[in-house]
Design a binder for this molecule. Structure first.
Ligand SMILES: NC(=O)c1ccc[n+]([C@@H]2O[C@H](COP(=O)([O-])OP(=O)(O)OC[C@H]3O[C@@H](n4cnc5c(N)ncnc54)[C@H](O)[C@@H]3O)[C@@H](O)[C@H]2O)c1
Length: 281
C-alpha cells in the first residue's frame, strides 16, 4: 500500500460524485490517514458522503476564504498529527453571472469571487499547512485546461488560468522546502460544481466528439486515484509546478482552430506511481 502511514488533508468532498471523494476513497484504500474539510451548510452533505467511505474520517470546518478557519485548520492538524504529508485542494466556485456565456457582462465582483475561491485559495491553503508539511510532501490542486477559451466556462476558465500560475509560484516558493506543488487536469464530469455551470453539457459534448476515446472524460475513480497519489509523490521522481492531464487525452486531437499534440492521458502512472511525472508541457 503506497500511502501507508501518510497523513492527507482532502478538501472539496460534498457528495459521492466529488472528485475529492474518489481521491479520499483511493487514499484510504492505499493505507493513508485522511481528514476531510467542508464548511457551513455543506458540512452535512460532506458528512453523508464521508459515511460512504471505507473508514471513518473526520470532517473539519474550512471555508477557504476565512482566515480564522485556516488558522483553526493549522492548529487542529498540529494537535492531531503534528505534520502533514499531502493536501488536495479540490475547491472551486464562481457566481452564476460569471459563467454560462456571460463573459462580457460579468461584474468585477463576480470575477473576483471566482478568482478568490478557485485560485487564490490554493495559496491560502498552502500557507496554512506549510508549517506542518514534511520534507517530500505534496500539494495538489484540480485544474481544467486553461490554455484555451472554452464555451460557457468564462471567468472560471480565467480563474483556472490563475490557478495554474499560482501553482507555479507555489512550486517556486515551496520547492526549497522540498514540498511539491502540482495540478491534476480533469475533463468534464457531472459533479455539483459542474452542474452549477449553465450549459455544462456543451463542454461535456466536446469530449464526446474530440477526445481520442470519445468518452466524456476519464472516470472519476481514475482522477481521484491520480489526485490521491499525487498528494504523496515519491521524492525525487516527480516534477513540481506542472499540470498533469487526466482528461481522456482530449488535447491530442483537433481543438478549435489549432492542432496541439502536447499531451496524452498518462495511463502509465497507474501502473508505475514511481514515475508519476507524466509528460510536461
Ligand atoms: N467536475 C469537473 O468537470 C471538473 C473538471 C476539471 C476540474 N474540476 C475541479 O475539481 C475540483 C473539485 O470539483 P468537483 O467537480 O469535484 O465538484 P464538487 O462540487 O464535488 O466540489 C467542489 C467543492 O468546492 C467546495 N467549496 C466551494 N467553495 C468553497 C469555500 N469557500 N471553501 C471551501 N470549500 C469550498 C464545495 O464545498 C465542494 O466540496 C474543482 O477545483 C473543480 O474546478 C472539476
Amino acid at each position: 500500500m503506497i500511502l501507508e502511514g501518510k497523513r492527507l488533508v482532502i478538501t472539496g468532498v460534498i457528495t459521492k460524485d466529488s472528485i475529492a471523494w474518489h481521491a479520499a476513497s483511493r487514499a484510504l484504500g492505499e493505507g493513508a490517514s485522511v481528514v476531510l474539510t467542508s464548511f457551513g451548510r455543506a458540512r452535512r452533505m460532506t458528512g453523508r458522503a464521508a459515511a460512504r467511505l471505507s473508514a471513518e474520517v473526520d470532517v473539519l470546518e474550512l471555508d477557504v476564504n476565512k482566515p480564522d478557519d485556516l488558522s483553526a485548520l493549522t492548529e487542529s492538524l498540529r494537535s492531531r498529527w503534528g505534520g502533514v504529508d499531502g493536501v488536495l485542494h479540490a475547491i472551486a466556485f464562481a457566481p452564476e453571472d460569471a459563467l454560462g456565456g456571460r463573459f462580457m457582462t460579468t461584474p468585477p465582483e463576480s470575477a473576483s469571487a471566482a478568482f478568490q475561491t478557485s485560485a487564490f485559495s490554493f495559496k491560502a491553503l498552502a500557507a496554512a499547512v506549510e508549517p506542518l508539511m514534511a520534507d517530500g510532501s505534496s500539494l495538489v490542486g484540480m485544474d481544467f485546461d486553461a490554455t484555451v477559451a472554452w464555451p460557457i466556462y468564462d471567468w472560471m476558465g480565467v480563474a483556472k488560468a490563475a490557478l495554474e500560475s499560482v501553482s507555479r509560484y507555489l512550486a517556486r516558493d515551496l520547492g526549497p522546502r522540498r514540498i511539491r506543488v502540482n495540478l491534476v487536469s480533469a475533463g468534464p464530469l457531472g459533479t455539483v460544481a459542474a452542474r452549477g455551470i449553465p450549459g455544462f453539457e456543451q463542454l461535456a459534448d466536446l469530449w464526446r466528439v474530440q477526445a481520442p476515446t470519445r468518452s466524456a472524460s476519464c472516470c472519476p475513480t481514475w482522477r481521484g486515484a491520480s489526485a490521491a497519489r499525487s498528494c504523496t509523490s515519491t521524492a525525487g521522481s516527480t516534477p513540481s509546478g506542472h499540470p498533469r492531464s487526466r482528461n481522456a487525452g482530449h488535447r491530442v486531437l483537433w481543438v478549435g482552430s489549432s492542432l496541439r499534440v502536447w499531451w496524452i492521458a498518462g495511463w502509465p502512472i497507474e501502473r508505475s506511481p514511481a514515475c508519476a511525472g507524466c509528460s510536461a508541457r
